[in-house]
Structures are given as structure tokens and as C-alpha cells.
Design a protein around this ligand. Structure first.
Ligand SMILES: [Zn+2]
Length: 148
């Protein structure tokens, strides 16, 4: 099974840490991908929060920057939950977990989906990880690295 190590920024509040932990548990429960705890010095995915609300962050609830690309897979990513926009647009705890699940989906190689039930729907707020999302991750990591 594919894994990525993640580290929660110390800047994240305990509330947002719970949001991330719930999203990690949801992906791990699919059985097709496992996020494992990293250390501050050594991890692949940094999970943080931002108060940004303008520019490229306008109306966004979360954003992921992927860096490092080896053999067709991202190897490093930074995820931000945009907490001020959560407040502004009245995101519930569950809505926030869905956003975190969506951003974590990007870190494991999923692009946006046009399936209106997918957690990877652009601007997703209300969908959790669906059976189709889980199957997509399974397929993503089923083949060895290389060209088809
Ligand atoms: Zn997205």
C-alpha cells in the first residue's frame, strides 16, 4: 500500500488538528492509502492553516501546493486550510473535514472530478470520500511506476 508521511504544523489550532486527523483517518480507512505520522524534520506533507482571504485565496477553503515530482508521483506537498474563510462562509466541522479530505486527495495524486458525489469535486464542501474516490486511489497505485 502506498504511504505518505505527514506532519501537522504547530501553528494549527487543536481544532484544525482534529479536522486533519479526521480526514487522515477517513483516507486510511479506505485501505488503499495510508498517511503515517512524520517528524518535524522528516515528512512529505506539511499540514497547516492560513488566514489568507484575498488574491488567489479569495473564496477558497483549502489549497495544496505540490513540489517534488519523482517517477510520476508528487513527493512533497504543503496543505493549507483557510480558516478565516471557514468562518466567513460558515463551514461546519464536517464541511472542514471534507475540505481536508479533498486537499489530502490532491497530495496522493487525485485531480478534480466531475462526479458530483466525489470528494474531489472542485469547491467540494459537502462530500466525504465516496466508494468511487476510494476505487480511484486503488487504481492510482495499483500499477507500478512507468508508462502504460
Ligand atoms: Zn482541489
Amino acid at each position: 500500500m502506498a504511504t505518505r508521511s505527514s506532519d501537522l504544523c504547530h501553528s494549527a489550532s487543536s481544532y484544525e488538528r482534529h479536522v486533519y486527523q479526521a480526514a487522515i483517518q477517513a483516507w486510511n480507512a479506505t485501505g488503499h492509502f495510508k498517511f503515517v505520522p512524520g517528524t518535524t524534520a522528516h515528512h512529505q506533507i506539511t499540514l497547516g492553516t492560513s488566514n489568507a482571504t484575498s488574491g488567489q485565496y479569495y473564496r477558497l477553503a483549502g489549497i495544496t501546493f505540490s513540489t517534488g515530482y519523482t517517477n510520476g508521483y508528487y513527493t512533497k506537498a504543503q496543505v493549507y486550510l483557510l480558516t478565516r474563510n471557514f468562518v466567513r462562509y460558515h463551514y461546519s466541522y464536517t464541511d472542514q473535514v471534507h475540505v481536508a479530505e479533498h486537499e489530502l486527495g490532491h497530495t496522493i495524486g487525485l485531480e478534480h472530478s466531475r462526479d458530483r458525489h466525489s470528494v474531489m469535486l472542485a469547491d467540494n464542501r459537502y462530500n466525504g470520500i465516496s466508494a468511487a474516490d476510494s476505487a480511484a486511489v486503488h487504481l492510482r497505485y495499483r500499477l507500478p511506476v512507468g508508462r502504460l
